[in-house]
Design a protein around this ligand. Structure first.
Ligand SMILES: [Zn+2]
Length: 291
């Protein structure tokens, strides 16, 4: 088989087809490290992955490193990761192996932000795309949460369990295909660490920019007032002006383990944008034909 030119999604679909055929018990909670070692040995006998191990990585989440001989690769994941984060890290490094090892013969180290999917670096984005498509196949995920659903943290948490990934990984996966306007926000001590909007939310101007420094949580929000009640988790309706300039449903809770608050925001349907009639269509058409 010729794998040249295969992108992240193509690779993930390939392995999902294999897994669907094999249909092992715990189909969606399979051992990613074993998959990486066994399939790379069969497909790339000249330089397979022969080691997947926990290591002290000095702040990195994961790495793909060649052996001295350059005929073997090892995947390392940092200590203390939950099983869900560990699976995503290993899948991410497996993605680097499949997609980038020729370009980076000395290996790749991945930061935590890179493995979370918050970086814009092309290789990191591709490795994450592979990992999330591998661990959370779209056809199955869409059966759990339909593109027009408005899931709460229980629904997203059920997916995190199903695919044995972190809550954030499952939420980001859903945000990438939802047809709803929604935003995921993580915050620490009253400040937003980062936020991610669904595509349709982004297009309608609903996003929070954190690249220019810390952003304070809105004072009227549940998370801003540290109201981590069951109601806040189930969902609180806010009028326009609390979050953005439109009514928003907020779901918030705090994870003691990570000392981080998670907030899911659901907005209403976007108002259909009317287009400005700057020039008659005919003129545009004629100008186009003259080129
Ligand atoms: Zn990486």
């Amino acid at each position: 088989m010729n794998f040249e030119g295969w992108g992240p999604q193509r690779w993930a679909i390939h392995f999902n087809q294999m897994l669907n055929l094999a249909n092992p018990p715990n189909r969606y909670r399979f051992d990613v490290g074993r998959l990486a070692m066994e399939t790379s040995r069969a497909m790339f006998p000249a330089d397979p992955i022969t080691k997947v191990e926990e290591e002290d990585l000095d702040g990195f989440a994961g790495s793909l490193v060649p052996a001295d001989s350059r005929t073997r690769w090892g995947i390392a994941f940092g200590r203390g990761q939950s099983s869900g984060r560990r699976r995503f890290t290993i899948a991410h490094e497996f993605g680097h192996f499949l997609l980038h090892r020729k370009k980076f013969p000395n290996g790749i180290h991945s930061s935590e932000a890179a493995v979370d999917g918050r970086t814009k670096l092309e290789v990191e984005r591709e490795a994450n795309e592979f990992a999330s498509w591998l661990l959370m196949p779209l056809d199955d995920f869409r059966k759990q949460i339909a593109p027009k659903d408005k899931p709460d943290f229980d629904a997203i948490g059920a997916c995190a369990d199903r695919y044995e990934v972190s809550l954030v990984a499952a939420a980001l996966r859903w945000l990438r295909y939802t047809e709803r306007r929604a935003v995921l926000v993580t915050s620490v001590d009253g400040f937003i660490k980062w936020a991610w909007s669904s595509e349709i939310a982004l297009k309608s101007g609903v996003f929070i920019r954190t690249s220019r420094g810390p952003v304070e949580l809105p004072g009227g929000s549940a998370v801003g007032q540290e109201l981590f009640t069951p109601e806040a988790r189930t969902g609180i309706d806010h009028p326009a002006g609390v979050w953005f300039n439109q009514p928003t449903k907020e779901h918030s809770f705090r994870s003691e383990k990570y000392d981080t608050a998670y907030t899911l925001l659901h907005l209403g349907d976007a108002e259909p944008k009317s287009w400005a009639e700057e020039e008659p269509l005919e003129d545009t058409f004629q100008r186009f034909m003259r080129r």
